[in-house]
Structures are given as C-alpha cells and as structure tokens.
Design a protein around this ligand. Structure first.
Ligand code: F3S
Ligand code: F3S
Length: 105
C-alpha cells in the first residue's frame, strides 16, 4: 500500500484526502495516515502531496521505513472502519510521530 511519511507531520495539507477514491486516509493530531488494508494502491494521492510525503511501500527510502510499521500500528485499536468519513474525531498519533520535533518534517 501507500504510506505517509515525516513530511506530513505538522503540515497536513490534505490534498491527498481529496484524491483518494476509497477514503482511506485518516487524520491524526499531527499527521495523516493511510489505512494499509483499505488502500487500493491506485497511486492518486502520491503526486498531489506538496511535501512529497507519500510513497509506495515498495519504494520507500530506507530512512522512512519505520513509517510502514507506524501506518499499520496506528490502526491497531480501531481496525478497519471502511472509510475515514465513517469515523468521528482524529486518531491518536502513533508514538513515533508524537515524539518527532515540532514543525514540518
Ligand atoms: Fe499530508 Fe501531504 Fe496529505 S502533507 S495530508 S500527506 S497531501
Ligand atoms: Fe487512497 Fe489510492 Fe492513495 S487508495 S491512499 S489514493 S494510493
């Protein structure tokens, strides 16, 4: 699936949300997260992010590999709601994201 990395943190441009045909991009306090089980790998989100924060997981630069685990673990408690609009409120950020210094990554 596709993965959102550090560039989204404290930016949350949300252009990606508009593009996603299955509404699988969920908002957290400091970052957005792509649901790995709901993403259909269409690739529409990747080019629209002004931060270039989105990667196909098979093409993720080594330095951002932790974000595959982040993107999976952040949904552990809520499972698969079947679309971000079906859920109220924002996700609690993954500890890895919560611990990042403030400002655009
Ligand atoms: Fe974040 Fe880029 Fe989407 S900054 S909200 S991943 S458009
Ligand atoms: Fe959604 Fe397609 Fe990206 S399913 S998360 S827009 S790859």
């Amino acid at each position: 699936s596709y993965v959102i990395t550090v560039g989204c943190v404290d930016v949350k441009d949300r252009s990606c949300v508009e593009e996603c045909p299955v509404d699988c991009i969920y908002e957290g306090s400091r970052s957005l997260y792509i649901h790995p089980d709901e993403c259909v790998d269409c690739g529409a989100c990747e080019p629209v992010c002004p931060q270039e924060a989105i990667y196909f997981d098979g093409e993720l630069p080594e330095e951002w590999e932790a974000f595959v685990r982040v993107g999976r673990e952040v949904f552990a408690e809520i499972g698969s709601p079947g679309g971000a609009r079906r859920r109220e409120g924002v996700l609690e950020d993954h500890p890895h994201v919560a611990a990042l210094p403030a400002g655009p990554g």
